[in-house]
Design a protein around this ligand. Structure first.
Ligand SMILES: [Zn+2]
Length: 254
């Protein structure tokens, strides 16, 4: 497990960043601007402070919001060994089952049901795996699903990076994903964790980070040379970790 003791809510006030561009599309902001929650609000609980936000184009915000809901469910499903992820996901599935019975009635709200169908229509169940007495079913996802979640996660990471690094305008990052229970079973957990922990330790002086309970935390740093080179490591439910590298030739040195 990654050591998170360094996460002390080190981040700049938004006014100090002098944001001119939309982090979603990269273009200059105009009149039609709104505020985007970089990390979707459904990951937070009432009273959670300092949620990262950035100004974006309204049209870009609408596009991302559609993916927000879908990708949150995907991550909760993927983090299935976490009690909290399971509970959050169950609320959604219960609603979806309820809506299923009215799905034929015109005008009934059935967005959760549609979302569930969309999510599971794309997932093929595989082998069951066991970890600490828990059972999780492995699954394979279509390349379409993978692309959608990956594309969304790249935007989230770029947003967090820009929200924390003055004058940064990086390209979309390269991502490396890990589901811990799965990699632990395959004996590959240290292959992911060791290089990331080293990256974090080495960048401690320039690092920034935030944490909200067990649901979400992130840490990142710019590389010394340029504001557009650096990394974000984001963690969901202590079960899913994603390393995003911006302009780095090699993200992890093992
Ligand atoms: Zn935009």
């Amino acid at each position: 497990m990654i050591n998170e003791s360094y996460l002390d809510n080190r981040f700049l006030p938004l006014e100090e960043l002098n944001i001119k561009d939309c982090y979603i599309c990269g273009e200059l902001l105009g009149i039609d601007t709104t505020t985007d929650h970089i990390i979707p609000t459904s990951f937070f609980r009432k009273g959670d402070q300092n949620r990262p936000k950035l100004p974006v184009h309204s049209t870009c915000n609408n596009k991302k919001s559609k993916d927000d809901r879908w990708c949150v469910k995907f991550i909760q499903f993927y983090a299935g060994f976490s009690v909290e992820a399971k509970a959050d996901f169950k609320v959604f599935m219960d609603k979806a089952y309820q809506e299923k019975s009215y799905a034929y009635l015109i005008g009934q709200r059935n967005s959760n049901y549609k979302l569930a169908m969309n999510l599971f229509g794309n997932i093929k169940p595989g082998l069951e795996i066991k970890s600490n007495g828990e059972v999780l079913r492995q699954f394979t996802i279509s390349s379409e699903t993978a692309q959608r979640v990956n594309g969304w996660m790249k935007l989230v990471c770029r947003g967090l990076y820009i929200r924390n690094v003055t004058l940064a305008k990086p390209d979309l990052p390269k991502l490396q994903w890990s589901q811990y229970a799965l990699s632990e079973l395959k004996g590959q957990d240290q292959q992911f964790i060791t290089p990331i922990q080293r990256l974090i330790n080495n960048s401690n002086a320039t690092s920034f980070g935030q944490k909200w309970g067990n649901r979400v935390s992130y840490i990142g740093s710019r590389a010394a040379e340029s504001a557009d080179n650096g990394y974000i490591f984001i963690h969901f439910y202590r079960q899913v970790g994603i390393l995003a590298g911006f302009g780095l030739r090699k993200v992890s040195r093992g």
